[in-house]
Design a protein. Structure first.
Length: 396
């Protein structure tokens, strides 16, 4: 058995303090007083995420029939273990293929161009509300075939979900999310029924038609999957705003990227490593299991710190340094194992196209801290809003 040598303190809410706290952790620790287990090391995190037999993902209490969150019960892959997870993901993968995502690129270009035109020339932009969130929500809605009134609903719903991690947001944020979720559920059930009666050329119709071993998805599962895609689309929103934050804080990296656009892919990976939008995920042990030399009994809650794994000095040289030339960069910001982010390929397309067009349209940008609201980093790295000041090129 290894012995934890660092002194346990609760994770701080300040970004810089949390980064320091993560840096001094042992690969695996148990919080005193029955505070659960915490996994920080890169390989140890991957081991936990890969072992779905010993570490269950079904950590959320059962949702009652009268709860608005019942929308997530049947189609939410993130709350499921095999075999249902495997069967459901196979059905989704039949429609949501890499080829299908590649064919969406022209639509993503068009969407970004339209939204970019609406902010171009403005001295200061509320980046999340006016660019990042509309780009991501519009792309996902168009992919699913959701009409304009649904798009407005989902934009509001996405912003409400993001605000849950904003320490400065209104106190009734949870109630807002529950209300929006209830409205979204009613909308989605009507929409799925309409598509089942009259299929179209969109992902929703593809999900309805998908079949594996004679099994098809039910309406509740499809509605839940759409809700999952809309909510997890926040990963792309957060990576876009994190890109603005990090590149504004590192003007030398911004200048290098502008002179070397071939570094865009590496820059995106480094943003995701350096500011992992998902700070941690939870698992629960189904049996006694050894991780990093520690035996964790059955029935224990385990916090898996992705943000710490992505800064493990055993894997990443100078992990506290933002380096857009870092290569290789085996970050696990999208997760690992059977719960690797389903929408990762689409998120990469959205982020790449949006950032490329922003860089091409500007000569520089900075962040106004007074107009920026950072999220609680113990939940996720990002911002519910960022005031970005752009230096625009003259329109060609």
């Amino acid at each position: 058995m290894s012995v934890t040598t660092s002194v346990w303190t609760p994770p701080p809410a300040d970004e810089a303090a949390l980064a320091d706290w993560l840096r001094v952790r042992e690969p695996v620790e148990q919080a005193p007083g029955g505070g659960g287990w915490h996994v920080f090391g890169y390989q140890e995190v991957k081991d936990v995420l890969a072992d779905h037999g010993a570490f269950s993902n079904a950590v959320v209490r059962p949702v009652s029939d009268d709860s608005p969150m019942r929308l997530y019960r049947k189609g939410n892959l993130t709350w499921m273990d095999p075999p249902r997870h495997r069967n459901l993901r196979a059905l989704v993968s039949q429609a949501f293929t890499p080829r299908y995502v590649a064919e969406l690129e022209p639509m993503v270009h068009e969407t970004v161009d339209t939204i970019l035109a609406g902010i171009r020339g403005r001295d200061e932009v509320s980046f999340v509300r006016e660019f990042a969130s509309p780009v991501v929500a519009t792309v996902i809605a168009r992919m699913l075939g959701i009409p304009g009134n649904g798009l407005r609903l989902f934009q509001e719903w996405s912003q409400a979900l993001l605000a849950l991690a904003d320490p400065g947001a209104e106190q009734n944020g949870l109630q807002t999310v529950l209300t929006k979720t209830q409205i979204a559920e009613a909308f989605l059930h009507r929409f799925v029924a309409k598509r089942r009666a009259a299929p179209a050329d969109d992902l929703t119709s593809g999900l309805i038609a998908a079949e594996v071993d004679g099994e098809r998805l039910g309406d509740e599962e499809i509605a839940g999957l759409i809700a999952l895609l809309m909510s997890t689309g926040q990963a792309a929103t957060l990576t876009l705003v994190n890109s603005m934050i990090v590149l504004a804080r590192h003007p030398e990296s911004q200048a290098l990227l502008r002179s070397r656009p071939d570094l865009l892919h590496q820059t995106i990976d480094e943003v995701m490593r350096y500011r992992s939008e998902t700070t941690r995920v939870d698992r629960k042990t189904t049996r006694a299991v050894v991780v990093g030399g520690h035996e964790i009994p059955a029935g224990q809650t385990v916090s898996v710190w992705i943000a710490a794994a992505n800064r493990d000095p055993r894997v990443f040289d100078r992990p506290g340094v933002f380096d857009i030339e870092r290569k290789p960069n085996p970050h696990i910001a999208f997760g690992h194992g059977i719960h690797y982010c389903l929408g990762a390929p689409l998120a990469r397309v959205e982020i790449r196209i949006a950032l490329a067009k922003l860089l091409d349209a500007t000569t520089g940008f900075t962040i106004d801290p007074a107009g920026t609201r950072l999220l609680d980093p113990r939940l996720m790295f990002g911002a519910s809003e960022a005031a970005v000041r752009f230096d625009w090129k003259e329109a060609r």
